[in-house]
Design a protein around this ligand. Structure first.
Ligand code: ADP
Ligand code: MG
Length: 285
């Protein structure tokens, strides 16, 4: 009998029961999942195998790498488990209950400079670690940066990395809806190595400081043109009045058009803006 129209089973094969949907992104749906035996909660990313089209081997390969690499840094969402059915791939990650950085920026308007520097330093440190493992994230943006808990000072975590190369065809055709964080060399098709992540960090930093993104234009074509020539300004002035020259200089360095001249993650961490970042909470005197 055909069961093509029957609803998806409530129990993920093996040992998890899925719950509410936490989010969806470029090629997956992420659901809350509880490990039945232990009662532990995870975030289960469900990827439809149809989207891989013959690249399954590549995806499996990268998952194995991810599982190893994701344990090596406290600000990367750990991959605990993965398994497949004939239709889907299931990846079980640490559950981050604090939501996306994107939503916190939107709720706040913008971050105080010292808080922004602290976040950027933490994320850049994790980016440096990923790069050291030979992995490029390629999709750094505030939607992929999650808070571990709902606390105001919760750890920030990098999610959604490592699979973008294996999913590439799909990414390039479908993701073009949000080119805002993409480096110029991606459009020029001259390469997209580690420097694209530093560029994205420049866009994210800009967004943190003022509450809007630097290359936002009416059309995607105009946005791409602006990115290609690095056409952005620290304006309108009222949004930037309280932002230091050092912070602007950091953004400008990350948004260097030539990827070879752009600082590496390691170099970016040594920039005065990050090197002098103050701790999140300064105790009262
Ligand atoms: P995609 O590759 O489709 O973009 P993501 O891994 O970015 O998938 O996940 C999509 C969304 O699901 C994220 O933007 C986030 O809101 C939510 N999400 C992903 N991973 C987790 C997690 N570990 N904990 C909580 N929510 C998550
Ligand atoms: Mg994502």
């Amino acid at each position: 009998k055909s069961n093509r129209m029957s609803p998806a089973p409530a129990t993920v094969p093996c040992q998890y029961r899925t719950g509410k949907t936490l989010g969806s992104g470029t090629y997956a749906i992420v659901k809350e999942a509880v490990h039945i035996k232990t009662g532990e909660y995870y975030a289960c990313k469900v990827i439809n195998k149809k989207l891989m089209e013959g690249r399954e081997y590549m995806v499996r390969n990268e998952i194995a790498v991810l599982k190893k690499v994701s344990r090596g840094n406290p600000n990367i969402v750990t991959l605990h488990d993965y398994f497949e059915t004939s239709h889907n791939l299931y990846l079980c990650f640490d559950l981050c209950t604090g939501g996306e950085l994107f939503d916190r920026i939107c709720a706040k308007g913008n971050y105080y400079e010292a808080d922004a520097a602290e976040l950027v330093r933490t994320i850049m440190g994790a980016v440096k670690y990923i790069h050291g493992c030979g992995i490029v994230h390629r999709d750094l943006k505030p939607e992929n940066l999650l808070f571990r808990t709902k606390d105001e000072d919760a750890d920030i975590m990098i999610a959604d990395f490592g699979l973008s190369r294996a999913m590439e065809d799909h990414l390039l055709t479908e993701v073009c809806g949000t080119p805002g964080y993409m480096a110029p060399e991606i459009f020029k098709k001259t390469g997209h190595g580690k420097p694209v992540d530093v560029w994205a960090m420049g866009v994210i930093t800009y967004f943190l400081l003022c509450g809007y993104t630097p290359f936002d234009r009416d059309t995607q074509q105009q946005e791409m043109q602006a990115i290609l020539v690095g056409d952005y300004k620290f304006e309108p002035e009222e949004y930037w009045a309280n932002v230091s020259q050092t912070a602007r200089d950091f953004v400008a360095a990350c948004l260097t058009i030539d990827p070879d001249a752009r600082p590496t993650a390691e170099e970016a961490l040594k920039h005065p803006w990050l090197a002098s970042a103050t701790p999140h909470y300064v105790p009262d005197p």
